[in-house]
Design a protein around this ligand. Structure first.
Ligand code: HPA
Ligand SMILES: [Zn+2]
Length: 332
């Protein structure tokens, strides 16, 4: 099974670039930029990555992002993630970034997007890896602030395929961002949102009905509503599931309790993703390995999960067909 996971080309659809900041790079950038971080060494960092829920993770994740200052820092961050894509056979990736985490600290929007974009252009040239960029609004901030961020993003519209919604879910429902998502939709952005990660399935209904999203990030709480399950199946609405994240943030007690096999068996459009791999003990292949070792997934299930990742991506139909053919070729 591990062989199969390794050899299949994959797409990743749920990856926060700030969540791919490995402790080694964090230390290097902290030193270069003279930013204080609350860790004495790498082991100290790893010990701190012991989360009890989403918020305890986010506090540490935002603190880590403070070391990112210049365009080159964002380039290096993105390039290191690309090297992991090469290792794990990810041939297409749709990455999230959180501009407000950086602009709030005085880092220009342009430095963030340009650093990411240049690394992705080099990834295409050197490795043939294709990519898109999705800008997320921080849901613990106001809709007004999201509107300001959207306005800033308009200067880089050609570089950003869609908008998303992340950060502290509980108490910040999709309805809070209804107007800004409508404006983003009218401007031609694709729409995604984290929903039903920690909060109940009513957040998934809101994301579908009020934000009109194209994909749900996480969505694992949908299992609590038979009616929602039927709808997600009928619409083949993609759910970008992140197993390691769900275990590290205690959404499920352990891998054996994860519901990905049930969601898949029901007929939902599920893909596997790494979310914040530097914080959650592994990149995409490790996510596949962890679920395979703990759940009765078959080889056909793995192929379905991988094919779903391409089917649910924002690439055009021709490239989708090319990539799906590559999956079939790898199976021969
Ligand atoms: O899993 C997540 N959920 C919400 N916000 C996030 N920001 C990074 N990762 C996450
Ligand atoms: Zn996420």
């Amino acid at each position: 099974m591990i062989d199969l996971i390794q050899k299949l080309p994959k797409a990743e659809l749920h990856l926060h670039i700030e969540g791919s900041l490995e402790p080694e790079l964090m230390f290097r950038l902290a030193k270069k930029n003279q930013i204080e971080i609350p860790y004495k060494d790498i082991e100290d960092v790893r010990n701190a990555y012991n989360f009890t829920n989403l918020q305890t993770f986010l506090d540490i994740y935002y603190a880590g992002a403070n070391v990112l200052i210049t365009k080159d820092d964002f380039y290096d961050l993105t390039w290191e993630y690309i090297l992991k894509c090469v290792e794990d056979n990810v041939i297409h990736t749709e990455i999230f970034f959180d501009p407000q985490t950086h602009t709030e600290r005085g880092v220009p929007f342009e430095a963030v997007i340009t650093g990411i974009k240049e690394a992705l252009a080099d990834a295409k040239e050197k490795y043939g890896i294709t990519s898109c960029i999705i800008m997320c609004f921080l849901r613990h901030l106001s809709q007004e602030e999201a509107f300001k961020t959207l306005e800033e993003a308009m200067a880089f519209k050609d570089d950003i395929i869609g908008v998303g919604l992340d950060s502290s879910e509980l108490g910040n429902p999709p309805s809070k961002f209804k107007d800004v998502f409508k404006t983003a939709e009218e401007a031609g952005f694709k729409l995604v949102a984290h929903a039903g990660e920690e909060a109940d399935f009513s957040y998934i209904y809101e994301a579908l009905d009020l934000l009109n999203i194209n994909r749900i990030d996480h969505g694992v709480q949908s299992i609590k509503s038979p009616e929602l399950m039927q709808r997600l199946k009928d619409e083949q609405m993609p759910l970008t599931v992140c197993p390691n994240s769900n275990i590290e943030l205690k959404v499920f007690g352990n891998y054996k309790e994860h519901n990905i096999k049930e969601l898949l068996d029901y007929g939902l459009n599920i893909s596997v993703n790494s979310d914040d791999p530097a914080y959650f003990k592994g990149y995409i292949n490790q996510n596949f390995i962890n679920i395979c070792e703990n759940l009765p997934l078959t080889e056909d299930d793995i192929v379905t999960l991988v094919k779903n990742s391409f089917r649910s991506s924002f690439i055009d139909d021709e490239l989708k067909a090319t990539y799906l053919a590559k999956v079939d070729l790898a199976l021969q």
